[in-house]
Write a protein that binds this ligand. Structure first.
Ligand SMILES: Cc1cc2nc3c(=O)[nH]c(=O)nc-3n(C[C@H](O)[C@H](O)[C@H](O)COP(=O)(O)OP(=O)(O)OC[C@H]3O[C@@H](n4cnc5c(N)ncnc54)[C@H](O)[C@@H]3O)c2cc1C
Length: 356
């Protein structure tokens, strides 16, 4: 019998396993193989930017990123394009540009050796028995069962654990993200691009240079015309000097946007949720790695005093993160209301001049 089975070895699941793996008997189940020839589609679809909050959490954990996780160029400015209002501004920002799959592989590699990790497996279901849970998963074409005292859903947006076990709790707003990879131009100018256009999405789109490539991505409301709106984005960005040429790859993922407190579900009883599965992600920027770290730390601290009664302690430890999401939602209108954004960008407040 395991003490804790964690479903998902992303930043939330691996971090939790790392923080509690010395004290508990832990099983970590992860769908990805993290082998060399992991196909592009099975890789995590992500912008791969570590913002200052994620950097701060790495600092608190005492972790430094190995160089094979980094990707050039490192970025210091956001080029913000408001297509509808026809305004463009640059803002200084401090991101670390990473290879997201190498990052997750590294986080998994620093989990204590006592933790049992099974990659390339898929969690299927769980059922409650007296005093424990039975967890079912498939691996290498076979079905397996394990018993555990606590199950943690760290399986990201559209979490299977959450949908199976907490189906009465409202889900955060769901977006479909598409990312396409193109050859980067050779102008030598490198920005993280944030693009706003209400006709394409009520959230935002982005461009991120990665080595000799550039990602074009967008978070789109899941209506039938997702690909048409993505193509419209590509067409409109031509006016701003982007010429995407031949598409090298495309992948997609779900993204949660918690716009109400009730969208956050931390679980209960013998099942806890962490990271994006719980709804922890910025509703204004879709930055989720620091939230994955912070919610896992909150659960690990709650487990310091044992599994018994952990749930109340976890809820208590999460208060600052809930407040953070509330404040991000308060800030959202300045970014996502067309008129307020126009005012903010027109004012030039906090923007920088670009030297040609
Ligand atoms: C397109 C896009 C771009 C983004 N860009 C950024 C960015 O630049 N910076 C940033 O901070 N955040 C970004 N985010 C958000 C960020 O990726 C997530 O919030 C963050 O990864 C959440 O971490 P997590 O560990 O909770 O979930 P995830 O990283 O999603 O990890 C969940 C893990 O569970 C595994 N899993 C899922 N189901 C199963 C199953 N049934 N069985 C076994 N394993 C399973 C998955 O393989 C995955 O490894 C982006 C999100 C998207 C969609």
């Amino acid at each position: 019998m395991y003490d804790i089975v964690i479903v998902g070895g992303g930043p939330a699941g691996s971090t939790l396993a790392r923080l509690v793996g010395d004290r508990y008997r832990v099983l970590l189940l992860e769908k990805r193989s993290f082998t060399e020839n992991m196909g592009f589609v099975s890789q995590k679809c992500c912008g791969g930017l570590l913002d200052p909050d994620a950097q701060r959490m790495l600092a608190r954990f005492g972790l430094g990123i190995p160089k094979d996780v980094l990707m050039s160029p490192q970025l210091f400015a956001v080029r913000t394009i408001d297509i509808k209002n026809r305004i463009e501004r640059y803002y200084q920002r401090h991101y670390i540009n990473i290879d997201r799959n190498a990052f997750d592989k590294w986080l998994e590699s620093i989990v204590p050796p006592d933790v049992t990790i099974i990659n390339d497996c898929i969690y299927r279901s769980c059922s409650e028995n007296e005093g424990y849970l039975t967890v079912r998963f498939t691996h290498g074409g076979r079905e397996y069962e394990e018993r555990t005292k606590l199950l943690v859903g760290a399986d990201g947006a559209f979490s299977g654990v959450r949908r199976q076990c907490f189906d009465k709790q409202p889900l955060p707003e769901l977006y479909i993200c598409i990312q396409e990879w193109y050859r980067a131009d050779s102008s030598g100018r490198n920005y993280y691009g944030a693009v706003f256009d209400d006709e394409i999405t009520d959230f935002y789109s982005w461009t991120i240079p990665k080595e000799d490539r550039i990602i074009l991505g967008s978070a789109l409301a899941p209506r039938g015309d997702v690909l048409r709106r993505f193509d419209l984005l590509k067409t409109r960005l031509k006016e701003y000097g982007f010429d995407f040429g031949e598409r090298l790859a495309r992948n997609g993922a779900y993204l949660y946007r918690p716009v109400r407190g009730s969208h956050i579900c931390t679980g209960g009883g013998r099942i806890a949720l962490v990271g994006e599965a719980a709804g922890f992600i910025s509703p204004s920027s879709a930055e989720g790695i620091s939230y994955a770290f912070r919610s896992s730390l909150a659960l690990a601290r709650a487990l310091d005093q044992g599994i018994e009664g952990y749930s109340d302690r976890y809820v208590e430890n999460l208060q600052p993160l809930r407040r953070n999401i509330f404040l991000k939602n308060m800030k959202s209108p300045a970014m996502y209301n067309t008129q307020l954004r126009k005012l903010a960008m027109r004012s030039g407040l906090l923007s920088i001049d670009i030297v040609e």
